[in-house]
Design a protein around this ligand. Sequence first.
Ligand SMILES: O=c1ccn([C@@H]2O[C@H](COP(=O)(O)O)[C@@H](O)[C@H]2O)c(=O)[nH]1
Length: 230
Amino acid sequence: MTPAPIAVALDAPDLETAARWAALVTPHVSTVKVGLELYLRYGPDVIASVRGASGVRVFLDLKLHDIPNTVAGAARAVARLRPSILTVHAAGGPAMIRAAVAAAPHTQIAAVTVLTSLTEGDLERIGLTGPADSAVRRLAALSVESGATALVCSPNEVSAVRAEVGEEITLITPGVRPTGAATQDQMRVATPEQALADGADLLVIGRPITGSPDPGAAAAAIAASLRRAT
Ligand SMILES: O=c1ccn([C@@H]2O[C@H](COP(=O)(O)O)[C@@H](O)[C@H]2O)c(=O)[nH]1
């Protein structure tokens, strides 16, 4: 069976837990995601630990955001680990995104538009007035013009972003919650089925899977429900 288009966020406190979660979910999902918590604690070794024998795709979610020269150096440093996807913040601007793309030619650079934990009230306080999808569309267009071939947005904006950037760009959506699951700190959310129906290519799902007593079964259940919906 083809693994589901899900990236499981391995936001674990230790390497053993992350590797265990990765081994349990990899029969069911296409990708595992390493974020700041794990990478800052364990560094590059974490990639091999979660990739394991299965060779599952690893998404390195470091959300780089700095001047172009610094981001180029950081992207070059992690490119040797061959992550499938590396994130940068779209708000870092065109030159920074171009620098990341040039520094990691074998890794897909995904630009994070507006964090899924932010409400429209938060955006207004930051100075981004108007509906969230206007800011997301603007940042998406800028990122693609700068060479990003993937974008991170909430499932609520995925159809607007698809209309803006076309079919060739990979749309990645965190803020995904199965019906009835707690939203926790995610503010702009939708179900896995809705995100996929609206045009997402890869669903990032963490705690609804890793917080389950059986992460393998939780991943398998979401994968099966996506298969039924398509
Ligand atoms: O806008 C964003 C960008 C990245 N994330 C990351 O996705 C996961 C979501 O985990 P859940 O447990 O499913 O909430 C997490 O690693 C974030 O760093 C995001 O949530 N929103």
